[in-house]
Design a protein around this ligand. Structure first.
Ligand SMILES: NC(=O)C1=CN([C@@H]2O[C@H](COP(=O)(O)OP(=O)(O)OC[C@H]3O[C@@H](n4cnc5c(N)ncnc54)[C@H](OP(=O)(O)O)[C@@H]3O)[C@@H](O)[C@H]2O)C=CC1
Ligand SMILES: C[C@H]1O[C@H](OP(=O)(O)OP(=O)(O)OC[C@H]2O[C@@H](n3cnc4c(=O)[nH]c(N)nc43)[C@H](O)[C@@H]2O)[C@@H](O)[C@@H](O)C1=O
Length: 322
């Protein structure tokens, strides 16, 4: 069994690779294939074709993408739509051309319309208008789902999609502007606590609700879905709706999250709001009953995961990206 993990140096790909390495210790015939971004640019069609034809993986896990928080999505929309469409087209088509029978790709909860009934069910896809701050990224992610469904329908392959809620954990991107809210605030509150600052500014009103899933849970869910036999996967999805939500099923306001991060990082000053920054979607909570009915639930509690992520941040400050 030869498994290619695309994006293995990212937060999710790294967590998936760690789990597969544990598996490899007991499964001698398992070969894990990886390439860094520098070794293989997945937006390069010819390079991806040559790689797939050369390595001939049995299974592909697509965790590589252009990823960022609300500001990055809103500021670099061309990068988010172009790079993600190219990566998906190249990896999915060239995997098919090289004979890959099973593939798992990661989408995102932002595929669902902005004003959709909560919690969001898989069948809410394409029922309304998307959140404008990340529409280009969401369109690319929806195309990823439709690529998998189309190759399944036309060619009889077994390409699956998981839709994660907002993720966090070791290996996250702590860039001050371009990251997601959790790593951005861990860094900002930590630096304020260390330097004795009296004020920390958070973006928006603090009212949006978000659901946070630890990346180790995401990696476990990804392999759970990948390992399902074809009959079970198909019995729990539909040909035109072949994606599965992954989340915890509970959410928290951004304001509350800020207070939690202040406590964990030891910051005790004022917390204020920058109302010139966007809130984005006001609520994004996944309906996770489909995955729950199949037997998978998240394990890591938010407070525990936050403390562990802060510890990882402290141990890796010199090496993290951004
Ligand atoms: N983080 C989150 O909150 C969420 C993530 N997701 C999805 O999960 C998946 C993984 O995200 P996450 O791990 O957080 O993201 P990361 O940014 O941590 O990792 C993405 C990886 O993809 C690599 N990559 C990007 N572009 C290319 C390219 N052109 N060629 C080769 N490699 C490339 C990056 O390499 P490099 O850094 O060198 O560019 C990086 O290693 C993505 O599909 C994302 O959309 C979904 C919902 C929430
Ligand atoms: C996973 C998901 O991530 C993105 O969507 P998002 O959920 O809005 O992600 P976010 O983590 O950046 O923000 C969450 C909330 O938090 C508020 N907020 C406060 N203070 C900071 C702050 O300092 N940084 C950030 N980034 N947000 C902040 C911010 O204003 C917003 O209300 C998508 O574009 C898309 O990439 C996607 O799929």
């Amino acid at each position: 069994m030869r498994i290619y993990v695309a994006g293995h140096r990212g937060m999710v790909g790294g967590a998936i690779l760690r789990r597969l390495q544990v598996r490899k210790a007991v499964e001698e015939d398992l070969t894990l294939i990886t390439r860094t971004h520098a070794e293989l640019d997945l937006t390069d069609q010819v390079a991806v074709r040559d790689f797939m034809q050369g390595e001939k993986p049995d299974v592909v896990i697509l965790a590589a993408a252009k990823v960022g928080g609300i500001h990055a999505n809103n500021t670099y929309p061309a990068d988010f739509i172009y790079k993600n469409l190219m990566i998906e087209c190249n990896v999915i088509h060239q995997a098919f051309a090289a004979g890959v029978k099973r593939l798992l790709q990661l989408g995102s909860s932002c595929i669902y319309p902005k004003a959709v009934p909560q919690p969001m069910k898989e069948d809410a896809l394409l029922t309304g208008t998307l959140e404008p701050t990340n529409e280009p990224y969401a369109v690319a992610k929806i195309a990823g789902i439709k690529l998998c469904e189309s190759y399944n329908r036309q060619h009889g392959v077994d390409y699956r999609s998981v839709m994660p809620t907002n993720l966090y954990g070791p290996g996250d991107n702590f860039h001050p502007e371009n990251s997601h809210v959790m790593p951005a605030l861990i860094r900002r509150f930590h630096e304020a606590a260390q330097s004795g600052q009296e004020e920390v500014v958070m973006w928006g009103t603090g009212k949006p609700m978000r659901e946070f899933l630890h990346v180790d849970d995401m990696a476990a869910a990804s392999l759970f879905v990948l390992d399902l036999d074809k009959e079970t996967y198909e019995a729990n999805t539909e040909p035109m709706l072949s994606h599965i939500n992954v989340g915890t099923g509970t959410d928290i306001s951004i304001g509350e999250l800020g207070h939690m991060i202040a406590e964990v990082t030891g910051y005790s000053g004022r917390i204020t709001q920058d109302l010139s920054k966007p809130d984005g979607t006001m609520k994004k909570l996944m309906d996770v009953s489909r995955l729950g009915d199949m037997g998978w639930t998240a394990r890591v509690q938010l407070k525990d995961g936050l403390k562990e992520t802060y510890q990882w941040f402290l141990n890796n400050q010199d090496s993290f990206r951004g």
